[in-house]
Design a protein around this ligand. Structure first.
Ligand SMILES: COc1cc(/C=C/C(=O)SCCNC(=O)CCNC(=O)[C@H](O)C(C)(C)COP(=O)(O)OP(=O)(O)OC[C@H]2O[C@@H](n3cnc4c(N)ncnc43)[C@H](O)[C@@H]2OP(=O)(O)O)ccc1O
Ligand SMILES: O=C(O)CCC(=O)C(=O)O
Ligand SMILES: [Fe+2]
Length: 361
């Protein structure tokens, strides 16, 4: 018998439906629930309080058409130091490519639960392809109102063979078209750290592995009681994020006291610094805490490309940064250990980076 909103008041039935059967929160949303199940209610301090939003503040929007011009390069480095977030327009990823990957995201989440479940942790043909819901359902006290598909790029052949047919070509096209933008940003940001050449060794350290996530945030009955994604910083070097026209992404301003909305700008990509680059730059570039609120009237999607070190890279402040006489704030860590530490706990704001901090006490 198909479950109803009445039978899903039992916690076990709810997790079975959402997690085990692969319906996700999209399945819950489409049942027409009138109230949010208690498993999704977050404590007040984990939600975005309207009183903490700075309505006048905004992160910079940077025109990339003259990306290596001194002024443009300075605005990129300044944004990475001050905000950790900025948007880029007139970049080299075409509107058509962005449109196709957004359509592919809707197509994937529009598949039946049975079809999507084939990519769950338990059934997926590879660890590199994973459909799931929330962030870490085992470790979380309250679940997040989001389903996702996570695609780690190993090779064209593997992607072709194992990624879902509903989206694989479009995700690959988006990922490959973003490579030039990624290289432009890294070149500018590295110059700001006195690194004048990105040789092959540095390239593997900065962008040796790519992961693309497709995020789906369905309509939520009581959006004010929950979160789409809880407070976290990304563990990437850089994240290139495509969002649709709905909005809901908030980033910390004011040294972590307030929230600033990242408004959708047609054709733009949101760029943020991740923990790996905060560590490599010894804290000069900031990996800033952010979160996503839930929406009561529209389904939202986003498509981040996480640009990462290779899993086997050792992460620590770059020699060029330390050469200026600055004391290292971070100790060497194996990048895959850092990522595993991130994935094994619930979202907890900026705490992940403590894993790499040198403890001077
Ligand atoms: C989903 O909601 C999210 C996601 C995010 C993501 C933000 C990022 O910045 S992602 C960029 C992460 N970097 C990389 O993926 C590149 C480097 N990759 C690696 O080092 C490895 O591929 C690995 C990720 C460590 C996985 O290696 P593997 O040997 O396969 O290790 P496991 O033991 O299987 O996994 C460890 C642990 O993590 C869980 N996990 C793995 N992959 C994912 C995934 N894609 N999504 C969620 N969780 C994942 C896995 O289940 C393991 O946990 P156990 O409890 O089962 O031990 C930001 C915000 C979000 O809301
Ligand atoms: O959906 C968004 O706008 C941001 C999602 C996010 O922060 C993430 O996937 O790491
Ligand atoms: Fe994020």
């Amino acid at each position: 018998m198909a479950p109803t909103s009445a039978t899903l008041t039992d916690s076990l039935a709810l997790t079975d439906f959402v997690i085990n059967q692969g319906h996700g929160v999209k399945g819950l949303s489409e049942m027409g629930l009138k109230t949010l199940p208690k498993e999704y209610i977050h404590p007040l301090e984990e939600r975005v309080d309207k009183a903490d939003i700075l309505p006048q503040a905004s992160i910079p929007v940077i025109d990339m058409s003259k990306w290596d011009d001194t002024e443009v390069a300075k605005s990129i480095c300044d944004a990475a130091e001050k905000w950790g977030f900025f948007q880029v327009v007139n970049h080299c990823v075409s509107l058509e490519v962005l449109g196709r990957v957004k359509a592919a995201t809707h197509r994937f989440f529009g598949l039946s639960a049975e079809e999507k479940k084939k990519y769950s942790k338990e059934l997926s043909p590879s660890n590199n392809v994973r459909f799931g819901t929330s962030f870490n359902t085992q470790a979380e006290k309250a679940l997040e109102w989001k389903d996702y598909l996570s695609l780690f790029y190993a090779s064209d052949d593997e992607s072709s063979a194992l990624w879902p047919p509903a989206c694989k070509d479009e995700v690959l096209e988006y990922m490959k078209s973003s490579e030039v933008l990624i290289k432009q940003l890294l070149q500018v940001l590295m110059k700001g750290l006195n690194v004048t050449e990105i040789d092959q060794t540095k390239e593997k350290l900065l962008m040796g592995s790519l992961r693309t996530n497709l995020n789906y945030y369905p309509i939520c009955p009581n959006p004010e009681l929950t979160v789409g994604v809880g407070r976290h910083s990304d563990v990437s070097t850089l994240t290139i994020l495509l969002q649709d026209d709905i909005g809901g992404l908030y980033v910390r301003g004011d040294e972590g006291q307030s929230w600033i909305h990242v408004p959708p700008v047609n054709g733009s990509l949101v760029i943020n610094i991740g923990d790996a680059l905060q560590i490599l730059s010894n804290g000069k570039y900031k990996s800033v805490e952010h979160c996503v609120i839930a929406n009561g009237s529209r389904n939202r999607i986003s498509v981040p490309i996480f640009v990462n070190p290779r899993p086997k890279e050792i992460l620590c402040p770059l020699p060029e940064v330390i050469a200026t006489g600055k004391k290292p704030v971070y100790k060497p860590v194996l990048y895959s250990d850092y990522v595993k530490h991130f994935f094994r706990k619930a979202h907890d704001g900026k705490k992940t980076i403590d894993f790499a901090k040198i403890n001077n006490s």
